[in-house]
Design a protein around this ligand. Structure first.
Ligand SMILES: Nc1nc2c(ncn2[C@@H]2O[C@H](COP(=O)(O)OP(=O)(O)OP(=O)(O)O)[C@@H](O)[C@H]2O)c(=O)[nH]1
Ligand SMILES: [Mg+2]
Ligand SMILES: [Zn+2]
Ligand SMILES: [Zn+2]
Length: 968
């Protein structure tokens, strides 16, 4: 009731007010937009029909069953949003809203989309978050004005009519069971933003989808012109060293057995062709030949981390073991764990070799129970005598024929070009040669050449990193060639003896057949794979797989990081297996924090501020990993490390991960408490209404605050850090005043100021990072089209005749370095004439930026070529002007609905409308994409930021000579 009479357009009340009073409010203020948020009543009163002037209506309700008849009178409505989690049938009245151009419906229980929906032919923007709907009717093709479509559906296919939506520019589709796109999809020529989450898709193949919208369109257009089916796939052969992998492949090919077969160094790629056992009807040739590219991996442990990059899902695995050695010694569980982690959907054929006195027995039933759906059969064959080889070959053919990508449709030219690239005899070429080769085979468009190259890269056929300054000049056509050189380093006793330090002297000896530039290229390649990093003495690298197992003495340093604050954050990961590369890849990836205290299963790291420390440890026996951070305000550093670690774990899409928060309690008897809380469980407690704020530790019986346990683990922790930022800001100001008094310049105060500043910066960093993460959550890396942090001012411009007439918005770009947001010195702002239309886009966005910017801490200016004081002044004036600018804006902040679970990202995507609008504005203002000289940097932890040169250097592996793009 307190809100009555306030003239707030579209305000949403947090409390569950009844809709009648809101409608009455609206009737009095004649506001054109009405929001009925979280209303408690299931029926909306008919009086809503009196609000005939309404143009925008938003209803969110858990109880909503339908809409009153009178809504039909709202003939001016153009935007309608209904979020009704309980809505089971579509409101009948909906079909009458023919004036509506913008419709958004979230209804998780809705099973069907009625034909009525497709009468709304004026729709330009449609959002359907209806995850249970199994069919998208052909009627969708009638909505030819659609520009933007966001949908979460349970469909397996899109209707053919979809190709008629030729005005579509933005499509976000989350369809977990979608298998193919319709032929007409290629007609959607204007589609610039395509976000597809469709893991089951085979047409186009995932390697194309990962390149983004334009690649998908080019592919679909290509197939509609002329397509062929590709009958090829990969056969990956793994197992312990000397188990008989190479020999088995030879036997399958019909080559003679070599009793003295050499051990495989790195990996060997070859071919195996076999007839399709059951060619689809209509196949022209009498016999359809399937081409399998065989990947024979050297079995030695040391290679395993390198091999992971070539173990791809949607391939067939042969897991080979030596019957005379036995299944346990052959580590079948280890290999199955690994395959499951890396390629959870791949079929595995277990093959015992070396048939002899000891029968090839194994507990198949138990194994199949432990790995449901993974193992397709267990067989036995002898490569020396040929016994059983035919049966294995037949079984491989049968399984290969079933692989999802066997027989995939490709544009004819693309396939021709791909074949030509695969058959090229050179080991490496310049990109120019690759493009020429593709052009010769009909792929002439530069963009298409890039999509194809990136698909071949994802398939493991070539290695090419066009966005990496150091690696972009070369295309490796045969990955096994590169791995053989890496293997030499991994095999080298001298490198192992020097604790993994690979010096230029080693390089000269081990890679003597490579010239200098190729050696450098290979070193960079190893860094790309997180296998090594350059040490401070830039001529050496540290090969992380060769680090010693025993930790150095780090404890004292680690303990000192706890004083004087005793602030510590911890998170524990329990994994179903500790696969190769964990945590070594992480150690390489995060080496910018190194203090040279690394070992094979852990590392002590330090933040650049010198006060925050992190510790990462892995226990292979208990299959746990732990991340800890300590310092004055460890949350920021902790989240960086956590992101980096999660990013590394992502290389294993099938890895089972459970996260725990260790109990911080201390027991009188024996030190710290050993209990751990399930991370999801803690989160669940807070989602409850009312939230369960405390939890009892079952070991030491203390009631613990759940938020405190989770602090720093769950972004963005906005309110907590805001409070602290305010308090600290005041403290720093106060202390600084004290300092002006000469007598008071004691060490203590200086130290205190320094300490407070470190904390302040860490808090700002956490907020700024969380802001950008949230903003870009729905974007892929490619979609981070332009910088997002801008300060906005409105200036009156002096016109001829001395009259102040024209008003412009002035936009200053900011460097996005977390914790150090700053204007870029010497760069002119963008200017755009203010209009009311623009205001709607700019102001709400400016407010969001301001919410974070106001706590920003002045950057140390020296590195940026300006005095810190000047930057500080700019920052303060930007904040003041922005406050002025957004004053009077209704304080409506759209809430997201956590109940919606996995469709959350899409909900956010649609609610990030203002971000999109700002993005579009900036793209118009800077069509050449200069962005004040900011660099787009993808950090090793995943997020992409736009950074000034000085801050870019922090992420570069070596100052000044490489871009910091992370691995794919
Ligand atoms: N009798 C017999 N010998 C075999 C069989 N398979 C392999 N061998 C022999 O076992 C040894 C190892 O075989 P490889 O094929 O090189 O084994 P691998 O698994 O490729 O070994 P790595 O490359 O080191 O991982 C060689 O001496 C082979 O001749 C088999 O089925 N029967
Ligand atoms: Mg071998
Ligand atoms: Zn406890
Ligand atoms: Zn910067």
């Amino acid at each position: 009731m307190a809100r009555r009479g306030s003239n707030r357009t579209g305000a949403e009340d947090g409390d569950a007010a009844n809709s009648a009073s809101r409608i009455a409010d609206c009737a009095r203020t004649r506001s054109t937009s009405l929001s009925l948020a979280e209303i408690s009543d299931s029926e909306i009163p008919e009086s809503i029909g009196d609000l005939t002037w309404l143009t925008s209506l938003r209803i969110t309700s858990k109880q909503l069953a339908g809409l009153p008849k009178s809504v039909a009178k709202l003939t001016n409505l153009t935007a309608l949003t209904i979020i009704g989690s309980g809505l089971q049938t579509f409101p009948e009245a909906l079909g009458r809203f023919t004036t509506v151009t913008d419709l958004s419906i979230s209804a998780h229980e809705l099973m069907e989309l009625p034909g009525d929906l497709f009468r709304l032919t004026n729709l330009t923007s449609l959002t359907l978050l209806t995850g249970q709907v199994k069919v998208l009717p052909e009627g969708i093709g009638g909505l030819t004005r659609l520009v933007q479509l966001t949908a979460y559906l349970d469909i397996t296919e899109l209707p053919d009519s979809f190709g008629r939506l030729t005005r579509l520019t933005e499509l976000s589709l989350d369809a977990p069971h979608l298998t193919s796109l319709p032929d007409g999809f290629g007609n959607l020529a204007g589609l610039t933003v395509l976000k597809l989450r469709a893991p089951q898709l085979t047409v186009p193949p995932p390697e194309i989808v990962s390149s983004g919208g334009p690649a998908v369109l080019a592919y679909m257009r290509g197939t509609s012109v002329d397509s062929v089916r590709q009958w090829a796939s990969k056969l990956l052969v793994v197992g312990q060293g000397r188990s008989g992998k190479t020999s088995l492949l030879k036997a399958l090919r019909g080559d003679t057995h070599d009793p003295n077969e050499d051990s495989t160094h790195g990996l060997n790629v070859g071919r195996l062709s076999m007839p399709h056992p059951d060619p689809p009807t209509g196949t022209e040739a009498e016999e359809l030949i399937m081409e399998l590219s065989t990947w024979d991996f050297g079995g030695q442990d040391i290679y395993h981390a390198t091999h992971q990059f070539f173990l791809s899902d949607r391939s067939l695995f042969l897991l080979v073991w030596d019957a005379q050695v036995g299944w346990e010694e052959s580590k079948l569980y280890y290999w199955l764990d690994l395959i499951k982690a890396r390629a959870p959907h791949a079929p595995v054929l277990i093959v015992a070799t070396h048939l002899g006195p000891r029968p090839p027995d194994l507990p198949l039933h138990t194994i199949c129970e432990a790995f449901p759906g993974l193992v397709v059969e267990s067989m036995a064959a002898d490569s020396a005598t040929g016994e059983g080889i035919d049966a294995v070959r037949r079984r491989i053919a049968a399984e290969a024929a079933q692989l999802p990508l066997m027989g995939a449709v490709w544009p004819r030219h693309w396939l021709d070009a791909a074949e030509a690239v695969r058959a090229h005899p050179e080991k490496h070429v310049e990109p120019r040669v690759l493009w020429d080769l593709m052009a010769e085979h009909g792929v002439t468009e530069s963009a298409q050449q890039h999509y194809l190259a990136s698909a071949l890269h994802s398939l493991g056929d070539i290695l090419f990193y066009p966005e990496d300054d150091e690696l972009s000049g070369l295309v490796i056509l045969h990955p096994q060639w590169l791995t053989s050189y890496i293997s030499r380093v991994l095999d080298a006793k001298e490198v192992r003896d020097s604790h993994g330090i690979f010096t230029s002297a080693h390089r000269g000896r081990l890679w003597s057949d490579l010239d200098r530039s190729m050696q450098n290229y290979f070193v960079s390649m190893m860094e790309r794979f997180d296998l090594s990093y350059r040490t401070t003495d830039a001529s050496s690298s540290l090969v992380v797989e060769l680090l010693p197992w025993d930790p150095p003495d780090y404890q004292e340093r680690w303990d000192s990081a706890l004083e004087p604050h005793r602030r510590e954050l911890r998170l524990r990961y329990r994994l179903h297996t500790v696969p190769p590369g964990i945590p070594t890849w992480f150690i390489a990836r995060e080496h910018r924090f190194t203090v040279d205290l690394n070992w094979r299963t852990g590392a002590l790291l330090r933040h650049q501020d010198g006060r925050h420390y992190g510790l990462v440890t892995v226990d292979r026996y208990t299959k746990t990993a732990e991340i800890q951070a300590r310092g004055p305000y460890p949350h920021h550093f902790f989240s960086i490390l956590m992101d980096g670690f999660e990013q590394t774990l992502l290389r294993y899409p099938g890895l089972e991960i459970t996260r725990y928060v260790p109990c911080p309690g201390v027991l009188e008897s024996d030190g710290s408490c050993h209990h751990e809380f399930l991370h999801t469980n803690l989160l669940d407690r807070l989602i409850r209404t009312p939230p369960l704020e405390t939890i009892e530790c079952p070991v030491h019986y203390e009631q613990l605050n759940v938020r405190k346990l989770l602090h720093g683990i769950e972004p963005p922790a906005q309110s907590r850090s805001e409070e602290l930022a305010v308090a600290l800001g005041a403290k720093v100001d106060g202390l600084s005043n004290d300092l002006r008094d000469i007598k008071n310049q004691s060490r203590d105060i200086l130290d205190e100021v320094k300490e407070a500043r470190i904390q302040q910066t860490a808090i700002a960093a956490e907020q700024q990072r969380a802001f950008l993460t949230e903003l870009r959550r729905a974007d892929s890396r490619q979609a981070v089209l332009c910088p997002s942090v801008v300060s906005v001012q409105r200036v009156r411009r002096h016109r001829l005749g001395g009259i102040w007439r024209d008003s412009v918005f002035r936009l200053h770009l900011y460097c996005e370095a977390p914790g150090a947001w700053h204007r870029i010195p010497g760069v002119k702002p963008y200017e755009v004439r203010a209009s009311s239309e623009l205001e709607q886009a700019v102001l709400p966005y400016a407010r969001r930026v301001l919410a974070v910017l106001k706590y920003a801490v002045p950057v140390a200016g020296a590195a940026l070529g300006v005095a810190a004081d000047d930057l500080d002044k700019l920052l303060k004036s930007d904040v003041a002007l922005m406050k002025e600018l957004v004053k009077g804006l209704p304080d409506e902040l759209v809430s997201t609905s956590p109940q919606l679970g996995d469709i959350r990202s899409l909900v956010r995507a649609t609610e990030h409308h203002e971000y999109r609008q700002m993005q579009n504005l900036l793209l118009k203002l800077d069509p050449a994409g200069f962005w004040g000289g900011l660099n787009k940097v993808t950090t090793p932890e995943g997020p992409t930021y736009w950074l000034c040169d000085a801050h870019t250097r922090e992420y570069r592996r070596q100052p000044g000579n490489r871009s910091a793009n992370a691995l794919p």
